[in-house]
Design a protein around this ligand. Structure first.
Ligand code: AMP
Length: 281
């Protein structure tokens, strides 16, 4: 596995893979777990070469968020990337991505105003901007993202299409711990009691899925099914619960089974904010 740092080194490594080579790209913020590695393995299976980036992107963090404490383990990350079959690991510095004078940002409108976008102003502007830069340097055939960050996939699909970035987007299923908690680098913030409580996100989604499977189509009643489960966990403080149109993320009143629904939620457990989601169809 080749390890590169600057934009120029990454572009060079990409050229060395060969312009006709299919390349699968997995952008990450590191502290890698099975969720990330499932994307790398899939990229390697479906493409001739896999490229992964590790970059804790400052522009997607709000001023009171966890940029300075975000977990990092570069040595461990490189070892597991190599094991997963990654060909190129790109580890840029902040100044490689945002050099002095940097002043161009990508703003995806509409789908960024709800859910995570409403609670984290500027978050998706940072995400879209960094992903646009990463895609332009790596020039992958396919880019791999996790369903775990459902709104991110909707925002980036829009950007890739609107800006004609010419990349196929692949969305892979959420990888979970044995008890159902979605894997996340931020799970490392949880103490044992909080870790046990964190399974409430998955349990809330399951309650909604069960209600839906039982024929419930009223979106408010589906939201209530989530809220009630969260209320039963004293360490959990709900931020939002949502039953939305999976295409444009507008909140639904009734779920049309022909369209389905994205059920999603954000919950605070102590100072840690966790998100999860499930598609109902
Ligand atoms: P992050 O490092 O959190 O920015 O995540 C990098 C990529 O991995 C994003 O596309 C995430 O959606 C994806 N990802 C994170 N957690 C999981 C998970 N538990 N299962 C599948 N994909 C994930």
């Amino acid at each position: 596995m080749k390890v590169v740092r600057t934009r120029g080194e990454c572009a060079q490594a990409r050229a060395e893979l060969g312009l006709g080579t299919t390349v699968g790209f997995v952008p990450t913020m590191g502290y890698l777990h099975e969720g990330h590695l499932s994307l790398v393995r899939r990229a390697k299976t479906e493409c001739a070469a896999a490229v992964a980036s590790i970059f804790v992107n400052p522009t997607q963090f709000g001023p009171t968020e966890d940029l300075s404490t975000y977990p990092r383990d570069l040595d461990g990350d490189l070892a597991v990337l190599e094991e997963a079959g990654c060909d190129v690991a790109w580890l840029p510095e902040v100044a490689d991505i945002y050099p002095p004078g940097f002043s161009t940002f990508v703003d995806v409108e509409g789908v960024t105003t709800v859910l995570e976008g409403a609670r984290r102003p500027g978050h998706f502007r940072g995400v879209a901007t960094v992903v646009a830069i990463l895609l332009n340097v790596v020039r992958p055939t396919r880019a791999y993202f996790g369903q775990k960050d459902a709104q991110q996939t909707v925002v980036l699909r829009r950007m890739i299409e609107d800006l004609a970035l010419g990349v196929d987007m692949v969305v892979a299923p959420t990888v979970r711990e044995p008890d159902g908690l979605a894997m996340s680098s931020r799970n490392s913030y949880l103490d044992p009691a909080q870790r046990a409580a964190a399974v409430v996100l998955h349990r809330a989604l399951q309650a909604t899925r069960t209600a839906y499977a039982g024929g419930e189509r009223d979106a408010d009643r589906l939201r209530t099914a989530m809220t009630e489960v969260i209320a039963g966990e004293p360490l959990a403080e709900p931020d939002y619960v949502s039953v939305a149109d999976p295409r444009d993320l507008t909140e639904l009143t009734v779920v049309d089974p022909a369209v389905g629904a994205l059920t999603s939620l954000a919950v605070r457990i102590g100072r840690t904010r966790l998100i999860d989601n499930e598609l109902l169809f």
